[in-house]
Design a protein around this ligand. Structure first.
Ligand SMILES: [Zn+2]
Length: 281
């Protein structure tokens, strides 16, 4: 077992084009495993390709992020500034089941997503597009027997309704992870009851906004993440984030729960291995 697992990171993004191997090795040398999360066709394929070059400790997910179902989103940290990246984001992506099914069969793929709902910017058909892509990804999750890596922003009531309505498509026992959970205590309780795990990242090192919900969930359902390259923890706040910084998140969660950092590391690592079947041969 590794000391720590960063269950949600994006080292395959353009922000690491020059040095992703060094970034990954810094994590592995620090006894930290990582899961590179796909967000659209190219970042999903790249995550699988990178995972395949490491015998153990580097995993991938494949999926379509809700914001990439829209037409006008572009993040140069994620996609770079090349013409290909720009043309992709100018049209948005329609979820292609066969493409992701093929990628998702790879043994290093441990979950489907990030998928879900993001109502931060709402266009007239945002909700319909996101629901359609999310439903297909739940079907893929069920078909492959691999859990969901869910992104949800400003949409928790709809997420819960949706998961209830489509509950026949959830993988039993370990249905998935709600990444960077930002809902309230009641919503956490409902999702916990459905079997979900909750990951928290760098924000725990510089705000107390999540302390109460983290305490309410309890260590047995908590996972650690960096969401790198975004939201670096203290002492790297404002800089490019990376998986080896997940130890600072472990320290913050230990402080919130009033337990030793070693306990947080052990429990969250065990949770990650269970929730994402990381030891899959
Ligand atoms: Zn992410």
């Amino acid at each position: 077992m590794p000391r720590l697992v960063d269950v949600h990171t994006h080292v395959q993004f353009a922000a690491y084009a020059a040095d992703y191997k060094e970034v990954i090795n810094r994590a592995l040398d620090d006894d930290t495993w990582l899961v590179n999360i796909g967000t659209q066709r190219d970042t999903s394929a790249k995550a699988v390709e990178i995972a395949g070059t490491y015998p153990v400790g580097v995993y991938a997910t494949v999926g379509l992020h809700p914001i990439h179902t829209e037409q006008s989103y572009h993040d140069s940290k994620e996609l770079g500034d090349g013409e290909a990246a720009r043309s992709f984001t100018s049209r948005g992506e329609e979820f292609n089941f066969d493409y992701y099914f093929k990628l998702g069969q790879d043994e290093k793929v441990v979950a489907i997503g990030e998928c879900g709902l993001d109502y931060y910017r709402l266009d007239k058909d945002t909700k319909a597009r996101q629901e359609k892509a999310f439903t297909s990804q739940m079907e893929l999750s069920k078909k492959l027997g691999k859990p969901l890596m869910i992104h949800c922003r400003s949409a928790f009531p709809d997420l819960i309704n949706f998961l209830n309505r489509e509950s026949d498509k959830l993988v039993s026992l370990y249905p998935g992870v709600i990444h960077f959970f930002s809902g309230d205590i009641k919503e956490a309780a409902v999702l916990r009851e459905m079997g979900f795990y909750f990951s928290f990242g760098g924000v725990t090192t510089f705000t107390h906004d999540y302390d109460a919900v983290i305490k309410s969930i309890g260590l047995e359902r908590i996972l650690l993440e960096t969401d790198a390259p975004y939201v670096a923890p203290v002492p790297y706040r404002g800089k490019r984030n990376e998986p080896s910084y997940v130890k600072y998140v472990a320290g913050a969660v230990a402080g919130i729960l009033g337990v030793e950092e070693r306990t947080v590391a052990e429990e969250t690592t065990r949770n990650a291995i269970e929730a994402l079947s990381l030891t899959r041969p």
